[in-house]
Design a protein around this ligand. Sequence first.
Ligand SMILES: C[S@@+](CC[C@H](N)C(=O)[O-])C[C@H]1O[C@@H](n2cnc3c(N)ncnc32)[C@H](O)[C@@H]1O
Length: 235
Amino acid sequence: MSEENKRMFSLIAKNYDKTNRLISLGADSGWRKEAAKECAIDKKSINVLDVATGTGELAISIVRQVEKNKRKVHVVGLDFNKDMLKIAKDKIAKKGIIDIDFMMGDALALNLCNSSFDVVTSGFALRNFDDLQQFMKESYRVLTPGGKIVFLDVAKPDNVFNKLFEKYYFNIIPLMGARYNKDAYVHLITTAWRFNKNVLSQMAKSIGFVHPKLRNLTFGTAFIFTANKPKKAKR
Ligand SMILES: C[S@@+](CC[C@H](N)C(=O)[O-])C[C@H]1O[C@@H](n2cnc3c(N)ncnc32)[C@H](O)[C@@H]1O
């Protein structure tokens, strides 16, 4: 699955940002901004790990949002796809952003020390991980006590808009993605539709996180999930 995932993201890397904007009807940048606001925790200097950073859009949004709140921030953006990371690196060089470093790595076996980040984020990637619980365990391990996870993703709305969005997802999005790679976009939609966001709170608690919160965005088509590592947790 992971190899398949890597190949798929290499195929869509070049047009990923453009297509994302198109299929979310421009909402994706607003969703990232909301997730980035969650990272502006009460600390003067904040260390963030953005897992499955892709083309670095969430990492950039975090730097902008946290600095707006007059706090220092450093983001490490990690991904296992070199083509996505290349676009991310070129993008920050062009924008003159110096507070982000990118690295290759696997979300399920983070090559990082215990208790080294204040916040762990991940945008639009939860449904791609082969083992979500393992990713949450790794996030817990690398967080400092009191640290926070901020996960953003899309999912099926569990409300009256369900049927309407099902039509949009399965009939219109593949047509938009067809210009680039239809199969990849069908995969992205199918995984979003299958993903059960309601398992996150229980999963987080079973690992040791406290204060889990699930917040729906745009009629429940996207969500932000946050939880904390207890302040008294072992390092
Ligand atoms: C849909 S993109 C999201 C990119 C970015 N976070 C955003 O906000 O647009 C998903 C990313 O997850 C990465 N990914 C998937 N599984 C991974 C894993 N096990 N370890 C590291 N990266 C992974 C892919 O390479 C891809 O760049």
